[in-house]
Design a protein around this ligand. Structure first.
Ligand code: SF4
Length: 380
């Protein structure tokens, strides 16, 4: 007798997209082969390093320095509640902006203004201050030079690793510098030079490729002393000359270290979502680098920093690579990739997630109750 096929009950499993989607190629080779000579013309204007006076930044005291960096790279989710208007979407290249960009991006921004995601709490940008605070060092006591170094180390640790694990590894190194090496500032260049590589590897065991990363960090510390006046490089060529640092981390480090927006930081979430919404050519853009170059052609420079934080948090919590939450996504009325079955089933809180989605959920209910939503929502 034929068995009646029954629908399978599948348990939702949170998947680490970094580990699933990317098998790092650059970890297999040390040399940097990113061809910067082919960088498109549009970048030429924004890579005008005179806009950022590096010598002046080096003189800033902690409070002034952090104020400067925040003025260039705002991470406050509350600012994302205001929709971007068409008039603000000006790019220097005159390239056409995808029609779906503004409607989807404004909805995603709105959701991001209401949720706490791992990248907000423990992303690379947060790590130096978060870890220092945990070890009793207030932000105003962090030397900007050490901050830049700690940020760079955070980005190196973060490759193919969840933010939570990267934060733990950074904390382990800081505590070792404080307690064993007796360096009151936590992670410093001097401290990194003093830590033995096997000890460093052990301290960062919780991140992927920890032995390789320990080696990269040690070599980087040496290179910073020899070639960069014991500070981090202030141009992309310099950053990419460090072992284990690719364009994604490189552009982010320039943004957060010097306030220099010379390129978009495209990680797996930004790469995946931009292809999913057809903001870049999903066939041609095989790598994050392709996506970065294509995005930079039309995305207004004012959004080059923000788009990373907005989309990363969204990709971590609502539109994951596996287990998308189309049922509570505010873009589910216009998204080309929405899952209609899931929207109809409206499972809401039943599925697992990595952060606090209560505010998005309540906002969604509010929009339904107040009727400020689409026809399809109203029918439900
Ligand atoms: S795929 Fe689903 S969760 Fe992702 S943006 Fe579209 S509707 Fe939202």
């Amino acid at each position: 007798m034929r068995e009646i096929s029954r629908p399978r009950k599948r348990k939702h499993i949170a998947v680490d997209v970094e580990e699933v989607e990317v098998r790092s190629k650059y970890f297999k080779k040390d040399d940097k082969t990113v061809d910067l000579s082919k960088e498109n013309k549009i970048n030429k204007d924004v890579q005008n390093y005179d806009e950022v006076n590096i010598n002046w930044i080096k003189t800033l005291k902690p409070i002034e320095y952090f104020g400067w960096i925040e003025s260039k790279t705002c991470d406050d989710p509350r600012t994302w509640g205001r929709p971007i208007t068409k008039e603000e979407m000006i790019n220097d290249s005159g390239a056409e902006i995808p029609e779906s960009f503004l409607p989807i991006y404004n909805r995603v921004r709105l959701m991001r203004s209401k949720v706490n995601t791992p990248v907000d709490a423990m992303g690379c940008s947060m790590i130096p201050v978060l870890v220092s605070n945990k070890c009793g060092i207030p932000r105003e006591k962090i030397d900007p030079r050490n901050f830049r170094l700690q940020f760079l180390i955070g980005t190196m640790l973060s490759a193919q690793t969840r933010d939570e694990r990267m934060a733990q590894a950074a904390l382990n190194i800081t505590e070792y510098c404080l307690n064993t090496l007796k360096i009151a500032e936590g992670i410093t260049l001097d401290g990194l030079l003093k830590i033995d590589e096997p000890i460093l590897a052990n301290l960062i065991r919780c991140v992927s490729f920890y032995t390789r990363k320990a080696n990269f960090i040690k070599r980087t510390a040496q290179l910073l002393v020899e070639n960069f006046d014991s500070d981090i490089p202030y141009d992309i060529e310099g950053i990419l000359s460090l072992p284990g640092v690719g364009p994604k981390m490189g552009y982010l480090t320039l943004q957060k270290g010097w306030g220099l927006i010379a390129g978009i930081c495209v990680d797996v979430h930004v790469h995946r979502l931009c292809k999913m919404w057809n903001w870049v050519d999903p066939i041609k853009c095989k790598t994050a680098e392709h996506t970065r170059k294509e995005l930079q052609v039309w995305l207004p420079h004012s959004l080059w920093y923000e788009i990373n934080t907005v989309l990363v948090g969204f990709g971590q919590l609502i539109c994951m690579a596996r287990g998308k939450r189309c049922d509570l996504c505010l873009a589910n009325d216009i998204c080309n990739a929405r899952n209609l079955k899931l929207i109809k089933s409206s499972k809401f809180h039943q599925l697992e997630h990595r952060g606090d989605i209560a505010k998005v959920y309540s906002h969604w209910l509010d929009t339904l109750t107040n009727g400020i939503t689409t026809e399809r929502h109203k029918k439900k």
